[in-house]
Design a binder for this molecule. Structure first.
Ligand SMILES: NC(=O)c1ccc[n+]([C@@H]2O[C@H](COP(=O)([O-])OP(=O)(O)OC[C@H]3O[C@@H](n4cnc5c(N)ncnc54)[C@H](O)[C@@H]3O)[C@@H](O)[C@H]2O)c1
Length: 336
């Protein structure tokens, strides 16, 4: 994600990419050389670089909160990848640091910037769908990330489902109850650990609507992300076309179409637009489109999903902060 964001920033006037940092020197050096920026292995050097107005953080989740606090205390605006941390405390600390320093803090819920989701939301918000009855969203990846990534990323819900929990709130409204079911089926990492690779999450919204979320880390056919909202006047389906090219290949064997393989292929516009929106907000001193509180609320829902799994029952979402102690081991990052 860091390489993707850096490449976008380097081609986004009036933004100027001036400094790239990665603790692995070869990564920092080759990316910086490609994009014409300075490089370092210590993020502290980015914070103390007087040319830097804003910092994009795309390091492992367990490092986010401390890096946000360091950036904010250096007076830098922050865009941070989701989630803001692995515990409620890390979220509170990151949000407080940005508020205390008076800097912007935007979080990487990129789907809010995708033209398809934006168009659907505008029409739902304008009342064209009527009363919402049902919500369904699917998020599937072709293959799982590395074991190292999974073990440092917090719970499945906080790392993966969090995008769907945010989009549920954004399209329909606040969630009042959540039930979660998971399975670890595809390989020993998932079968023998408390990290699942498949999940179904059922939600009840405060408005009365019902929703389902299906997640898979191992949909071998490719990447899929689609949503459906059923209302009293209309139904909207988003992201049904999962093809890279509008091409059908017809032969004796049948008809073949290609399929998106990775999230970066599907969301290249959204990843660019979210940073463009962040830069605009910073330059105009306006509120960002996705706040730290949005990130915290989605994280609270992810934490409720984890509790539901452990308690084997639906959990009422109170929208209140939970103490770090109540988050299970599976809900924590390595460093927490
Ligand atoms: N929004 C999305 O669609 C999306 C997709 C993938 C990942 N993410 C998020 O992006 C973040 C990074 O994920 P990734 O897949 O790019 O991980 P990654 O492991 O591929 O990359 C992380 C990089 O950070 C570097 N790093 C680690 N600790 C550091 C530190 N303290 N200081 C400087 N550099 C450090 C590593 O060397 C590595 O190059 C995660 O929080 C993840 O949740 C978001």
């Amino acid at each position: 994600m860091g390489s993707l964001h850096a490449a976008n920033l380097a081609s986004m006037p009036p933004v100027e990419l001036v400094h790239v940092s990665d603790e692995r020197e070869e990564v920092a050096r080759s990316l910086a050389a490609t994009l014409g920026a300075a490089c370092s292995t210590d993020p502290g050097e980015v914070v103390s670089d007087p040319r830097v107005d804003a910092i994009v953080i795309a390091t492992p989740t367990s490092t986010h909160s401390a890096l946000i606090s360091a950036a904010a205390s250096g007076g830098k605006h922050v865009f941070c990848e989701k989630p803001l941390g692995c515990t409620p405390r890390e979220h509170r600390d990151a949000i407080a640091a940005a508020n205390d320093a008076g800097v912007c803090l935007q979080v990487g819920f990129h789907r809010r910037f995708d033209p398809d989701w934006v168009a659907a939301r505008e029409r739902i918000a304008a009342g064209e769908l009527g009363e919402v009855y049902l919500f369904h969203t699917t998020l599937r990846e072709r293959e799982p990330p590395s074991r190292e990534y999974i073990e440092s990323a917090g719970s499945f819900f906080a790392d993966f489902t969090i995008h769907d929990l945010d989009i549920a709130r954004w399209l329909v409204g606040e969630v009042s109850e959540i039930s979660a079911f998971t399975a670890g089926l595809s390989d020993p990492l998932f079968r023998e650990s408390d990290h699942p690779d498949q999940a179904i999450i059922v939600v009840r919204f405060a408005c009365g609507a019902l929703g389902t979320i299906d997640n898979s880390r191992t949909a071998r056919y490719g990447y899929e992300c689609s949503t459906e909202v059923v209302g009293s006047h209309a139904t909207v389906r988003i992201g049904r076309n999962q093809q890279r090219h509008d091409v059908q290949w017809l032969s004796e064997a049948g008809v073949r179409v290609d399929h998106i393989r990775e999230f970066a292929e599907r969301y290249y516009i959204a990843y660019y637009s979210e940073l463009e929106g962040f830069a605009r907000a910073v330059l105009a001193s306006e509120p960002v489109a996705v706040s730290g509180e949005d990130a915290f609320e989605a994280f609270r829902l992810a934490t409720d999903a984890q509790r539901s799994l452990e308690l084997r029952r639906p959990v009422t979402h109170a929208g209140i902060e939970m103490e770090a102690e109540s988050v299970s081991r599976a809900g924590r990052c390595d460093s927490a």
